[in-house]
Design a protein around this ligand. Structure first.
Ligand SMILES: *[C@@H]1O[C@H](CO)[C@@H](O)[C@H](O)[C@H]1NC(C)=O
Ligand SMILES: [Zn+2]
Length: 462
């Protein structure tokens, strides 16, 4: 149940740095349950114990469901009052008017100073060591790519951050997390064997940093179709769309986000699609849990203002951005000080194409391409242009569905976003991309080669 990732939503936060003073009395207890173990009994007492919260409407899994993340997934969990209000689009928290802003539109939902305080549950539902190792790797993933720092709870750390909220990692009957920092002392992230995977845990941590599911974005209907009749009865709520006051969309919609559901999640028969990208070439990447996507990481960096201290502002090109160490962070496979360069391919294939028009081919064309090839082309215009790519030959190993063996990915939604993958006879029509640079990636695996493709491109400045 894994493929790629990209984009999301973030709790809507305003902008100034966060200090302890920003933490006010409001509470935000949105909990997202990503999967629940196949056992029909959920230990809700445990949740109550830790969060003071009743998960009264938590869906009970049916017998026999496997508990891979997303195969069973319950709705976001809210305190009853908030639940009603959010569902109705009313965003004041209580009659006292303490909390006029949209629930998530508040600094208290980000971790002050970018420090996520956590501990491993040492009291009940203790994580086995092998899952702890996964959690530490997931933490490392966020720390390596952002300015976020995770600190084990202690009196010193509490003093340093100025509050006593913390994430507590427990063994769950499933995988769940709250969205953002819940201003309520401990907030649980549960992990079960089924989500004992680094990126699945990074996903749960992502919720606690402020991420909603990508497909809950207010603009999701432009990018995905929800196939309601295939949803397991009672789970329609998991496909809910939230409004802009609840979810701020900072970046383009990212079908490849590690915060996106996969196509068969909550499916009535585990195979019919409940959610599909409008662009079928993205089907293979949707729901991936192999990596945090470029946009996942970028969004977290923005949310936590990771480059705020950078004095000299580099002009990062090609959708790159200034990262926590003040250098450009580039979408794969770009590199260089300002993301102007592209990774060399196998046998020297690929490269940067700057002419107004030209031709490029798969390696060895017109002979068959080689096994284990990767080629990267960056068609670089000098200004915003229409970049058109047409194929006069396209013969690439076809897997009959999502192009998992050999493929050409065309990043037609932007360099930092997953693009559709093509195999078989390729795109049925020319591809027109509007922007200043178009990225393509050809990949072949270790078996079977075909003739490949020949493409012609033209750049038409606007
Ligand atoms: C070369 O490619 C063609 C189709 O493009 C394929 O039918 C053939 O089997 C390939 N030859 C080899 C030696 O792999
Ligand atoms: Zn989730």
């Amino acid at each position: 149940m894994t493929l790629c990732c990209i984009v999301f939503l973030v709790v809507f936060l305003s902008s100034q740095g966060c200090t302890a003073e920003d933490i006010t009395s409001g509470r935000y207890d949105m909990r997202i349950v990503d999967s629940i173990h196949g056992s029909p009994k959920l230990n809700t007492n445990h949740f109550r114990l830790l969060s003071g919260q009743k998960l009264s409407q938590l869906h009970q899994p049916s017998e026999g469901l496997n508990d891979v993340e997303g195969t069973y997934e319950a709705d976001m969990k809210l305190k009853p009052v908030q639940e009603i209000e959010i569902m109705n689009g009313v965003h004041t928290l209580d009659g006292a008017g303490r909390f006029k802003r949209k629930v998530v539109n508040n600094l208290e939902y980000v971790w002050p100073k970018g420090i996520v305080v956590f501990k491993f549950n040492d009291f009940a539902n203790i994580l086995p060591n092998h899952i702890k190792t996964t959690v530490l790797s997931a933490i490392e993933k966020w720390e390596r790519t952002t300015c976020l720092r995770f600190r084990e709870m202690s009196e010193d750390v509490k003093r340093q951050v100025g509050h006593s909220n913390y994430v507590i990692f427990s063994k769950g009957p499933g995988c769940s997390s709250y969205v953002g920092m819940a201003n309520n002392g401990p907030q649980e992230i549960t992990i079960s064997e089924s989500c004992n995977n680094v990126v699945s845990v990074a996903h749960e941590i992502g919720h606690s940093l402020g991420f909603y599911h990508e497909q809950s974005r207010p603009d999701r209907d432009y990018f995905v179709n929800i196939i309601t009749e295939n949803i397991k009865p009672g789970f329609e709520g998991d496909f809910k769309k939230y409004d802009q006051q609840t979810i701020e969309t900072r970046e383009m919609y990212d079908v490849g986000s590690a915060m996106h559901y996969g196509p068969t999640w909550f499916s009535k028969d585990n195979t019919a699609h409940t959610i599909e990208p409008k662009d079928k070439g993205l089907l293979g990447i949707m729901g991936q849990r192999d990596e945090l996507s470029f946009i996942d990481i970028k969004t977290a960096n923005e949310l936590y203002k990771c480059n705020a201290g950078c004095a000299n502002r580099l002009d990062c090109k090609n959708d790159g951005y200034i990262g926590p160490n003040c250098e450009c962070v580039c979408p794969y496979p770009l590199s260089g000080k300002t993301c102007e360069d592209v990774k060399r391919g196998t046998l020297g294939c690929g490269g940067i194409l700057t002419g107004r028009s030209g031709t490029f081919t798969s390696p060895n064309f017109p002979n068959n391409y080689t096994d284990d090839a990767d080629c990267y082309w960056l068609i670089q215009a000098t200004s915003k242009s229409d970049i058109t790519v047409r194929f006069d030959t396209f013969e690439v190993e076809d897997d009959g569905s999502i192009c998992r063996y050999d493929w050409l990915e065309i990043r037609k939604y932007g360099i930092g976003l997953a693009g559709p993958k093509f195999c078989g006879n390729g795109p049925s029509d020319q591809i027109v991309y509007s922007g200043s640079a178009l990225m393509l990636h050809f990949h072949s695996d270790e078996h079977y080669t075909f003739k490949g493709f020949r493409a012609t491109y033209t750049i038409t400045p606007k």
